[in-house]
Design a binder for this molecule. Sequence first.
Ligand code: AVJ
Length: 326
Amino acid sequence: MEKELNEEVLLPTDTFASEIDAGLSANPKAISSRYFYDAEGDRLFQKIMQLDEYYLSRAEYAIFKEHKELLLQYFADQRTAFHLMEFGAGDGWKTKVLLRHFIEQHAKFDYRPIDISGNVLQELESSLKTELPSLQVQGMEGEYFEVLNQMQKTDGQRKVVLFLGSNIGNFRQHQAISFLSSLRASLNQGDMVLIGFDMKKDPHVIRNAYDDASGVTRDFNMNLLKRLNIELGANFDLTKFKHYQSYDPQSGECRSYLISLAEQEVTMQAIGVSYYFKKWEPIHVEISRKFDFETINELAASSGFGVVKNLQDTDEYFTDSLWVAT
Ligand code: AVJ
């Protein structure tokens, strides 16, 4: 592909600014976790994945190591060719376990990572070129469903969509159902999805994963304010906010907040607006939901999928749930 690729995720500043404005003007205040991922946010998330406390990526990696044969059997049903799509592939650390195995088995498939960041795709494609030269890769830059819908007409091959890492946890249940229903609408009957779910477990283990001893997650959360300073001309004083994490074992909601340590006013030059913060007022910045099988089944049933198989690591920390479009 001879396409020009962007340096990083470029959102129109007006959409970005107006969403931040709406969130900081609301009561209670909130900012969407999708804004974490500028270049520095990407780098900090990579560091999070290497933390002792952050078990999620390692657990999913272990599931793939253990069950790659079984997954290929399901994906390549009757030895037909398939498109392996991935939403938000990142550096592909976990996916490469599957890709390598599928290549070794001479499976008939191609790999199509989808991301709104051209830069992410470019890096992934070039690492795959050296590590798995015979793999057919086609990075697809754009919004997930737009890309899928464009493919709809191209050929009759089965699609298998990976949505890993418990990224689904960033949605509340009703949002997840609408996301998955849109996904279903872009697929044909018999297509499959493999979704990563972080499971409910010892609440201390979960809290620690989002409040690590070395403070990387704190920096990851605080980077959001830095980003607003740099990109929207805000004047957040980072010493006047702190990161706070809560986990509710009943709802399974793990929530991140940035808490104002003083009564203060913050100005955003880009739109010429000031925001007033009470002392101890929180900004809600992320929800990372934890799941159980009931919730997973409900999600599948409500969005037009049937659960084929649930795969877990030996600790039962994480589940990769394989679904078929019904
Ligand atoms: C990338 C959304 C799966 O919620 O666990 C990690 C992001 N936030 N530590 C998660 C995250 C704080 C992560 N996801």
